[in-house]
Design a protein around this ligand. Structure first.
Ligand code: GLC
Length: 424
């Protein structure tokens, strides 16, 4: 890795990016490509801000949770100010919450980030955390009520996992005939190289699924009946299980009502078994309609340590898929024919996924955590604060000046990290 002087310059640059992407109480992932507030991006951003401005970190989470719907769902995008540079916007989604929004959620990492921020300064964190706590419980309950299949947490749209075009969805999306969607014009391919973005055939299906939800007013009971795309997914499962544990910890710490959490944790611990694909040697996506496995080793499979579930053979599989990888964790198995090192979730390395995976390794006492932090730090030091990176060459890809990459640098990668869990 570059020396400590460079690291200080990178700290300054990371902070500059977080400040530049601050829209006043909430952040955007990057201007142009993603001009709104995204759910899990915002949770990482909160931790990043908290490294230099604790109050701003809490504010980010407060604005995120203020977009919660009556049923408890916290949407994956909140459209605070309409911006024509992004499609599909609020009219296509027709979200029914207090803020114009999408109609699906995203991996619930916010309670986990809230715990990390709280641990930076428990005294300062007590008041904001007490206020946020009921909204986290309600969101987690929404998943438990609407998104379980044999105890495994499901998604209803590829964007819900935050792994938009992962090969994990290919087989199940192919069964959808995207009839009835209106003609549309993509905006993402105007911002970045189309060879790094999802294909049109995927996009048609993304929009068809949005239309289903929109047309029934995002009624979850109705969607359970009509939506053919319900995937039990390690991303949703492991992030929710981890978030339940962190929320229970916060609740106990603050003397709040944690009554529901032990049972939810137990349900997901049991449900994790139904995501274990023994033939693959990894936790895998399961199509709940057909029962078919995706047969895809993704980076989400390696969140099992983060969720504190039995990793079974995951470490051997990690060593296998990581053998050719030089920077972070590949989002898809490099030996698979579907692997594409620059196309979004079909291979690239994502700094924030690396951080979550490494948290689990560290807590399990595995040396892979420190190695992953070093390789992610090198990736950013040498290639900048890109949205994601080629895992073989480290080449930056997608959007630039990216909020979560800056946040992950400040909170986890920087050798100067002086506070919190990773203090050295
Ligand atoms: C893409 C990513 C998703 C992220 C969003 C904003 O859709 O796949 O994980 O939340 O961009 O950065």
């Amino acid at each position: 890795m570059k020396d400590i002087l460079d690291a200080s310059a990178l700290d300054v640059e990371a902070r500059r990016i977080l400040e530049m992407n601050d829209r006043g109480g909430y952040s955007v992932p990057t201007a142009g490509l993603y001009p709104y507030q995204w759910n899990w991006d915002s949770a990482f951003a909160a931790l990043g801000y908290a490294m230099f401005d604790l109050a701003r970190g809490w504010k980010e989470l407060e604005v995120l949770m203020a977009g919660q719907w009556d049923d408890g769902m916290v949407p994956h995008i909140q459209f605070h100010k309409v911006d024509p540079s992004y499609f599909p916007g609020p009219d296509i989604w027709g979200g029914v919450g207090p803020v114009p929004s999408s109609g699906i959620s995203q991996p619930p990492i916010a309670a986990t980030m809230a715990r990390l921020i709280y641990e930076l300064d428990p005294e300062a964190g007590a008041t904001p955390m007490r206020a946020l706590y009921p909204s986290f419980v309600a969101w987690h309950r929404w998943f438990m009520d609407w998104r379980l299949d044999s105890g495994a947490v499901c998604l209803t749209h590829p964007w819900e996992a935050g792994r938009d075009n992962a090969p994990d969805w290919d087989g199940s999306l192919a069964r959808i005939d995207p009839v009835g969607i209106d003609p549309y014009e993509r905006r993402d391919t105007g911002h970045v190289d189309p060879s790094m973005r999802p294909r049109k055939s995927d996009y048609d299906r993304y929009l068809w699924l949005v239309k289903q939800g929109h047309d029934c007013g995002w009624d979850q009971a109705r969607l359970l009946e009509i939506n053919p795309f319900r995937m039990a997914d390690p991303t949703m499962h492991f992030t929710l299980l981890r978030a339940h544990r962190d929320l229970a910890w916060l609740g106990r710490e603050l003397g709040l009502d944690t009554a529901s959490l032990p049972d939810w944790i137990a349900q997901l611990e049991a449900g994790a078994e139904t995501l274990w694909n023994a033939a693959l040697g990894a936790y895998d996506v399961r199509d709940t309609a057909s029962g078919a496995w995706a047969q895809a080793v993704s980076n989400a499979a390696f969140l099992c340590w983060y969720a504190c579930v039995d990793p079974k053979d995951s470490l051997a599989t990690y060593a296998r898929v990581q053998a050719p990888v030089r920077f972070g964790v590949a989002s898809h198995d490099p030996e698979s024919p579907a692997f594409e090192p620059k196309r979004y979730w079909r291979g690239p390395s994502w700094a924030m996924m690396n951080m979550l995976i490494a948290m689990g390794f560290d807590e399990a006492g595995l040396p892979e955590g420190a190695a992953l932090r070093d390789s992610t730090a090198r990736l950013i030091a040498e290639n900048g604060f890109a949205e994601y990176f080629d895992p073989l060459t480290g080449a930056p890809a997608g959007g630039r000046d990216f909020t979560w990459t800056a946040a992950v640098w400040l909170a986890w990668c920087s050798p100067n990290v002086g506070r919190g869990r990773w203090a050295r």
